[in-house]
Design a protein around this ligand. Structure first.
Ligand SMILES: [Fe+2]
Length: 314
């Protein structure tokens, strides 16, 4: 049986991708950000997922404003990097997992979530930047460490899906993965955010208090987040802060109670708050899980390896 072992939340700021592509990661401004992902990359190397599901939003790269699916699942064998105006990023073509993706599509649609199925799709920074942050820099003519299933969510044109809809879709994705017969270790990414506003009188808005509360509740009380209406995201986290609903798909795909094994927060990157969290599912039914402790020796090692709730920024 396939199983989701962990969820990863990560911002997908395009300037981070540009810093990687232009060799600026050691510059002080950017090193502050990349150093926050060093332990995450070590965690990913140890976790060695067989497949990653990456929930992200397309920024008018694969879909124009003429046609915007609310939820679009990538079922193709490969997804080339999109040209976002300055040429495609120098990253490998993302290799998909058509069999698992098709299985997810069937299960989730029969559970009454109406996905758009994409058999051809380019992917932009919304997906490739978080992959770089967690997998590290990968040469263009090489391969990402595992197959990836993209799930694009509309958060660019009103109305985006509600947080509750996203949270429940995560649960449906989990059910789908767990009904797939092959023994696969799956991780799921929720990307975007955190607070930011790109244009208008409030351009540059960052609300660290909101962001930290969101991360706290994501870990311990996600049902609270699922009730937040769009207008609250817009008011508190800026117009583009609505991207944070995508993290709720990731969270919905995990256990109700999870172990937060790592957190990183810093401001700003470009004009955006950078948030990152790693949540692991507990071993079901274990004594340690019932007591709220790390469930396995592996969890204990992970908890010792990284400082829980490491928070930077204001
Ligand atoms: Fe974005």
């Amino acid at each position: 049986m396939a199983r989701i072992v962990a969820g990863i939340g990560s911002s997908h700021v395009p300037a981070i991708g540009a810093a990687i592509d232009n060799g600026k990661t050691e510059e002080p401004y950017w090193k502050r950000i990349f150093s926050g992902f060093e332990k995450s990359q070590a965690w990913m190397r140890e976790t060695k997922p067989d497949v990653a599901i990456v929930v992200y939003n397309d920024h008018a790269s694969a879909f124009s404003v003429e046609m915007i699916p609310t939820f679009a699942l990538g079922c193709a064998a490969e997804f080339p990097p999109a040209d976002e105006g300055w040429g495609p990023r120098p990253v490998p073509v993302v290799e998909g997992h058509p069999a698992l993706a098709s299985h997810i599509a069937q299960s989730v649609i029969l559970d009454e979530f109406d996905l758009t199925i994409c058999n051809k799709m380019e992917v932009d920074h919304g997906m490739t930047v978080p992959m770089n942050l967690l997998f590290g820099k990968v040469a263009k003519n090489s391969h990402w460490p595992c197959p990836v299933i993209p799930l694009a969510v509309n958060v660019v044109m009103y109305p985006p899906p509600t947080g509750h809809r996203c949270y429940m879709l995560g649960k449906a994705i989990r059910k789908a993965v767990e009904s797939y017969p092959e023994d696969l270790k799956v991780v799921i990414f929720g990307t975007g955010g955190l607070s930011h506003q790109i244009s208008g009188p409030r351009a540059g808005l960052i609300n660290s208090k909101w962001d930290k509360s969101f991360l706290d509740n994501l870990s311990k009380a996600p049902q609270k987040l699922a009730k937040i209406p769009h207008v609250d995201y817009m008011r508190e986290a800026g117009a583009e802060g609505i991207e944070m609903v995508m993290w709720l798909i990731m969270r919905g795909a995990l256990d109700d109670k999870v172990d937060e094994v790592y957190r990183f927060y810093t401001v700003p990157a470009s004009n955006t708050a950078v948030g990152h969290i790693i949540l692991e599912n507990r071993k079901r039914g274990g004594k340690a899980a019932r007591k709220g402790k790390p469930a396995t020796a592996k969890h204990k090692r992970a908890a010792a390896r990284v400082k829980p709730a490491q928070v930077r920024g204001r």
